[in-house]
Design a protein around this ligand. Structure first.
Ligand code: NAP
Length: 299
């Protein structure tokens, strides 16, 4: 298949493209071409509808994996209009272009669409976003499901692991600060289903392979506090875990609002596909291999 991937320079998009490149022809939709990526590159700026329609028309993909977005809840809070333009309107135009060009779409969404009053949410639970970012992603889900029959909405838990071309996200934040000896406050009262990035890429590839349609939760199926999980990562990478201080969400009122618990149940994904997440211990071993600059005594 020819697969157009948005967000290839980001964390998840880069790992999905890398995984699929063995079997499929990947076209990377990028804001500026000339990144020397190991894929064909085509220009696409999500804020520019013409560039979206032109890119899809000329690439003629069988499938689009839409992993590009403004992903920082704080950035979205500061610029709601800009966030909606990229995350919602960009998604709307990309979905329309998929419809016109008979491409299926896998749209990446987020665990943050929930308000945190529940736990281990299933696909049947009702979202109630607390932040502008989460609202933009949920509205993106709505336009994808309204416009395009052949779609998957893949709501992903927070990932850990390294992007292929850029440093970003939770593990980067944790490792870069701890390795500089900086003390970090981690929530004991915020629960997520921390998901290994390689597993996330495999789950997306599996949904593509199965010709799945509809809404899926992509997660480890576990529920752990940010503090609990950060301790495990720090230990496995032989970073100084005494720098991790337990903290409560209410202390950080200046940040974009996040749910106390947006752990995701992965039962539907496991039931309908052959995907199985790695046991956490194995995922942490692979994580350690992605960060050879840290750690000692690893096998
Ligand atoms: N990471 C997580 O833990 C997580 C959890 C749940 C859901 N998700 C979802 O998964 C998807 C991927 O997240 P990620 O963390 O991998 O993203 P990321 O690392 O923040 O990368 C974002 C990507 O989007 C691209 N992008 C941003 N604005 C764009 C624009 N105006 N036009 C075209 N491309 C643009 C960026 O390109 P540049 O390099 O040019 O900036 C980059 O490739 C997102 O939809 C996110 O909502 C992520």
């Amino acid at each position: 298949m020819k697969i157009l991937v948005t967000g290839v320079t980001g964390q998840i998009g880069s790992r999905v493209a890398g995984l699929l490149a063995g079997e499929h022809f990947i076209v990377a939709a990028v804001r500026k071409t000339g990144n020397h990526l190991p894929y064909a590159e085509i220009k696409m700026e999500l804020g520019d509808p013409a560039s979206i329609h032109t890119a899809v028309r000329s690439a003629k993909p069988d499938a689009v994996i839409h992993a590009a977005a403004i992903t920082s809840p704080e950035t979205c809070n500061m610029d709601e209009k800009g966030c909606m333009k990229i995350n919602l309107e960009g998604t709307r135009h990309l979905t329309e272009a998929c419809g016109v060009n008979s491409a299926r779409m896998i749209y990446l969404s987020t665990d943050l669409v929930f308000d945190g009053k529940g736990s281990l949410y299933t696909e049947l639970d009702t979202p109630n976003p607390l932040s502008i970012y989460a609202e933009s992603k949920l509205k993106g889900e709505e336009v994808v499901s309204e416009i395009l029959v052949d779609h998957v909405i893949a709501r992903t838990s927070i990932v850990f692991g390294r992007g292929a071309f850029s440093e970003n996200g939770f593990t980067h934040w944790l490792t870069s600060n701890l390795s500089k000896g900086k003390r970090l406050e981690l929530y004991t009262d915020q629960y997520r289903s921390h998901f290994y990035i390689g597993d996330c890429a495999r789950a997306i590839a599996e949904l593509l392979r199965k010709d799945s349609r509809g809404l899926y939760h992509l997660s480890s199926g576990k529920r752990e506090s940010r503090y609990e999980f950060a301790l495990k990562v720090a230990k496995r990478l032989s970073l100084d875990d005494t720098l991790l201080a337990p903290s409560k969400m209410e202390k950080h009122g200046d940040m974009a609002k996040r749910p106390k618990d947006c752990s995701l149940d992965n039962g539907k994904l496991l039931k309908e596909t052959d995907f199985r997440p790695l046991p956490e211990n194995e995922a942490l071993t692979l994580l350690a291999k992605e960060y050879p600059e840290f750690g000692k005594n690893r096998d």
